[in-house]
Design a protein around this ligand. Structure first.
Ligand SMILES: NC(=O)C1=CN([C@@H]2O[C@H](COP(=O)(O)OP(=O)(O)OC[C@H]3O[C@@H](n4cnc5c(N)ncnc54)[C@H](OP(=O)(O)O)[C@@H]3O)[C@@H](O)[C@H]2O)C=CC1
Ligand SMILES: CC(=O)C(=O)O
Ligand SMILES: [Mg+2]
Length: 416
């Protein structure tokens, strides 16, 4: 499809036959006068009285326990930047669709006109009673770090910034597999990350937790390499500042084993990819336009593993592989948080699934009869129905073991 055709198809998809991608479904019988009297006055007063006495009964009598807020202030929408709250709504509706379709989690998408972090925090705190979890989305760094911490401290339900941790989990899962295919280790890999915002900082932190060497990581932002001579770094960037003569992304890429792009469109040239070490891994993850397109990278070398965040190329490294299944597991054990142990469990579950034989239903969906673990398949695809069976139980088990869960490992889950 040509670019103008793709653009029109996307606009038509969103506009027709009715605007938007979501509706609301009723979950109880609601046709007779007696059902009306149960669902609304007078019957509805009974659960109100119970919940007032015991707040935990909200999980028993309302949809709270399966309802997540996908909530943004529109300050870092995909790689499009500060589009504002209203324009971010198609993305948030999209996240809601993914939650529902892949993990049967209900979502209200909420776009808050609050560019100020404290205003935003106040809004989320006030609406939190409605929800079993909070998925923060597309909030720019560095405010996103402060917002997530403040809300996690204040609330007793999972608060999860998808662009930080969902992205980090999927980058780690994909990179573990890609490096192992290339015959390299995370401990020894030289990693360049362009984008030192929400996704970049969280991803490099999680990679270190999994074994990457801090001395092998070079971070770049819009001003170039994050080095110790700079005086303009926030606290999160300072933690990655290295003593080096490298100054530009071009300098940093030379000889690197891994490139992670979580920044903006078209920042990487073919010459930069050519300058990388043998058998490199290139994750160009800016959405919708990556740092370099796969066809451009493949044109200059044939020994690389290439991934983007998009659905229309092989190797989709995108947080959609994570957040629906992660929240499913967390909600099913009424977890108070999504902690480090749950995130690591998700990394390994997703990475391991990619090494299993691919079911026919997935091969058919992608029209790829030969799909199997390799350079064009380092991660499961989002349409893989096994993600729920792999990721959610691993996350729920980690929540139980780490003490974050309020209820036991679910009886309907696979045996541990
Ligand atoms: N595939 C996936 O699953 C995901 C992809 N992403 C993509 O990652 C990108 C960043 O998202 P997020 O971290 O939330 O956004 P943030 O706004 O938090 O961070 C953006 C970062 O990119 C840097 N940057 C912007 N322009 C340039 C440039 N020209 N050269 C070098 N660095 C640049 C910024 O630099 P500075 O700090 O100097 O301003 C900043 O560090 C987006 O394109 C988004 O679509 C994000 C999440 C998931
Ligand atoms: C995928 C995603 O969350 C992003 O690009 O912002
Ligand atoms: Mg996002």
């Amino acid at each position: 499809m040509s670019n103008p055709d793709r653009r029109q198809a996307a606009l038509d998809y969103h506009a027709k036959p009715r605007p938007g991608k979501l509706g609301i479904a009723i979950t109880k019988p609601f046709t007779t006068p007696s059902e009306l009297a149960l669902a609304y006055s007078p019957g509805v007063a009974e659960p109100v009285i119970e919940i007032e006495k015991n707040p935990d009964d909200a999980f028993k009598y309302t949809s709270k326990g399966n309802l997540v807020a996908v909530i943004t202030n529109g300050t870092a929408v995909l790689g499009l930047g500060r589009t504002g709250a209203l324009a971010s709504k198609p993305v948030m509706e999209g996240k809601a669709v993914l939650f529902k379709k892949f993990a049967n989690v209900d979502v209200f998408d909420i776009e808050v006109d609050a560019p100020d972090a404290d205003d935003f925090i106040e809004t989320v705190k006030r609406i939190a009673p409605t929800f079993g979890g909070i998925n923060l989305e597309d909030i720019a760094a560095p405010d996103c770090f402060y917002v997530e911490q403040a809300l996690s401290d204040a609330l007793d339900i999972p608060v999860f910034h998808d662009d930080q941790h969902g992205t980090a989990i999927i980058i780690c899962a994909g990179l573990l597999n890609a490096l192992s295919y290339q015959g390299k280790t995370l401990e020894q890999a030289r990693i360049v990350c362009v984008g030192a915002g929400a996704a970049g900082i969280a991803s490099m932190n999680l990679l270190q937790a999994l074994g990457a060497d801090a001395n092998n990581i070079i971070m770049c932002d819009s001003k170039g390499v994050v080095h110790s001579g700079r005086t303009d770094l926030n606290a999160q960037k300072q933690a990655f500042a290295v003593d080096t003569d490298l100054r530009t992304l071009e300098d940093a890429m030379s000889g690197a084993d891994v490139f992670i792009g979580v920044s903006g469109p078209g920042l990487v040239s073919q010459a930069m990819v050519q300058s990388m070490a043998p058998k490199p891994v290139v994750f160009a993850l800016a959405n919708p336009t990556p740092e370099i397109l796969p066809e451009e990278a493949h044109a200059v070398r044939d020994d690389l593993i290439m991934a983007t965040g998009r659905s229309d190329y092989p190797n989709q490294v995108n947080n959609v592989l994570c957040f629906p299944f992660l929240f499913r597991g967390a909600l099913d054990v009424r977890s108070r948080s999504i902690n480090h142990a749950m995130q690591i469990a998700a990394v390994h579950a997703i990475a391991d699934l990619a090494r299993q034989p691919v079911p026919e239903v997935v091969k058919d969906a992608y029209d790829a009869p030969e799909l199997s673990f390799g350079p064009e398949y380092i991660l499961p695809t989002p349409l893989d129905p096994r993600l729920s069976d792999f990721v959610s139980p691993a996350v729920a088990a980690a929540a139980v073991d780490s003490g974050a869960a309020r209820s036991e490992y679910p009886a309907h889950y696979p045996k541990r």
